[in-house]
Design a protein around this ligand. Structure first.
Ligand code: 3PG
Length: 530
């Protein structure tokens, strides 16, 4: 079995590392440059980073077996997700674990601004007593504007309400009727105009870069204060310094910067009424631990079960269903791959039919799992659920999913139908006891086979002695048969021969396949590796 290797390139808590070490060889190497990362990645199946390591396209160039990049944290702007996706690499983050901590920092920054705490502290340390100069403002009744109502924005809105503030929010992806209780959704201009404290909680994207620049700052009250704990680049730093120096706004607090670490001589360091912290958003003991634990578990689940929880470039598996869906993902991939390995021909189309509530909740993940399984056998590069759609498009393979009642005896059943040149074939499967994948149908044959590992698949005449001879031949090759299934034709196909599926200890070599084919009872034989 392959030994899993994981490269941890930023700070991860010891508890997280322990989880990884139970299933993989772990190497911790902080502070790598792009070149160092590129030279180190070969041979690693997973890479885990926080925000300090930048994962660029060139750094992934030699990543021969990398299948997942885990961002232990929320923001993935330090990862070239597009470059990872082209290579079929899953990118995942931990959106929940640091949300409260990061939201709390925004509140701490707001408090600092309202009561001049950093300035008061610096003044005291400098030997002064400036009580009158450091007059603050009460939060109660003031308007807190939340820009971006995702997980963190919602924490901030909730804490703002606890402080008896009026909370307004702007988020183009949240309808007014989906706003949290007590939060009024407003336009971006209204948010700028009405906020006494404006807290930024949007990701950095092409659309949000420079979202708060000179024009936006000019629309704010001169008494307003801004907090940015999201990402550098969303608030234009030069425009912010200008606005603070001109008194166009009253104060600001930044935890994130265009360039991190913030250069020594940066203008921000000299600007008054500006509180600076060194990207402390997720830096609490609790968040660090939770982020590390979540990421370690997610990476292991992805490597071992193929389920990408919180994958941002793959269809989402509902976390509550992940354990039950995982074996079906493996099944979809394996059954599709099985069809491609047994039947020749140009792959023209794939149809996935799903039966059962559980499978309907995971239509998209199952579709891409099927695509990855099938295309992986025909494409000239690795295909995973991440790049399966692209590869299908490039290869001109049509595909779709439908739901239907296939067989009433099964609660959950999936069926894959394919068109190879002009021949149609199909295979169906289910999962027993929430864990054990079974192939139950291949064209007109019915069976109860395990579609895993190396297999010998035979189509043979349904007559005495054939299976005995095949089994002896396999044995004489030094291969152990762990399970043998015979597929019988279903009603109406009485003269269609028989199907043999032998699970083997290791793949049957081509010479042995030749010997099997030489047996007069054999119609066709294939080595299948799942
Ligand atoms: C995040 O995106 O999770 C925060 O910005 C924290 O980043 P960090 O993991 O580098 O502390």
């Amino acid at each position: 079995m392959t030994v899993l290797r994981i490269l941890v390139a930023d700070d991860l808590s010891e508890e997280g590392l322990e989880i990884l070490r139970r299933d993989a060889e772990v190497e911790v190497r902080n502070g790598m440059s792009e070149d160092e990362l590129r030279d180190t990645l070969p041979g690693f199946h997973a890479l885990i980073v926080r925000s300090a390591t930048t994962v660029t396209g060139p750094s992934l160039e030699n990543a021969d077996v990398l299948s997942v990049i885990g961002r232990a944290g929320i923001g993935v702007d330090n990862i070239d997700v597009e470059a990872a996706s082209v290579r079929g690499i899953v990118v995942m983050n931990t959106p929940e674990a640091g949300a409260v901590t990061t939201g709390e920092l925004a509140i701490a920054l707001m408090m600092s601004l309202a009561r001049n705490i950093p300035a008061a502290d610096a003044s005291m340390k400098a030997g002064r007593w400036e009580k009158n100069k450091l007059l603050g403002t009460e939060l109660r009744g003031q308007t807190l504007g939340v820009l971006g109502l995702g997980r963190i924005g919602r924490v901030v809105a909730d804490r703002g309400r606890g402080l008896k503030m009026k909370v307004i929010a702007h988020d183009p992806f949240v309808d007014a009727d989906r706003a949290p209780e007590g939060v009024r959704m407003v336009t971006f201009d209204e948010l700028l105009r009405d906020s006494d404290f404006l807290s930024v909680h949007v990701p950095l994207t092409d659309e949000t870069r420079g979202l708060i620049g000179p024009d936006e700052l000019a629309k704010m009250k001169s008494s307003a204060r801004i907090m940015n704990g999201a990402r550098g680049g969303i608030v234009n730093e030069e425009a912010l310094c200008d606005a603070l120096e001109a008194g166009d706004i009253a104060g600001a607090a930044l935890d994130v910067f265009d360039r991190e670490p913030l250069p020594d001589d940066n203008r921000l360091r000299l600007t008054k009424n500006l509180v600076l912290t060194p990207h402390l958003g997720a830096s609490t003991r609790e968040a660090k631990r939770n982020v590390s634990l979540d990421m370690a578990r997610q990476v292991i689940t992805c490597l071992k079960k193929g389920v990408a929880l919180n994958g941002i470039n793959v269809p989402r598996v509902p976390p509550s269903q992940a354990d039950r869906v995982a074996p079906f993902l493996t099944l979809a991939r394996n059954l599709a791959s099985f069809l491609m390995q047994v039947y020749p021909g140009r792959l023209r189309s794939l149809r996935l039919t799903l039966q059962g509530k559980l499978l309907l909740s995971a239509k998209e993940p199952l579709r891409v799992a099927m695509l990855a399984g099938a295309l992986g056998c025909r494409a000239d590069r690795p295909v995973t659920p991440v790049n399966a759609d692209r590869v299908a498009e490039e290869m001109g393979v049509r595909h779709h999913v439908e739901t239907s009642t296939l067989k009433r005896d099964f609660v959950n059943l999936l069926r894959i139908e394919t068109l190879l040149d002009d021949e149609r074939h199909f295979v169906s499967g289910t999962v027993l006891g929430h864990r054990h994948g079974r192939m139950v149908e291949l064209d007109h044959f019915l069976m109860d086979a395990i579609p895993e590992g190396p297999l010998l698949v035979t189509f043979h005449h349904d007559e005495p002695g054939v299976i005995g001879r095949i089994a002896s031949l396999v044995g004489s090759e030094g291969l152990n048969i762990s399970r043998l299934q015979l597929g019988v034709p279903d009603n109406g196909h009485t003269s269609a021969g028989a199907l043999g599926l032998l699970n083997l200890s290791s793949p049957i070599p081509p010479e042995a396949i030749e010997k099997v084919l030489a047996d007069p009872g054999i119609i066709a034989a294939h080595s299948v590796r799942l």
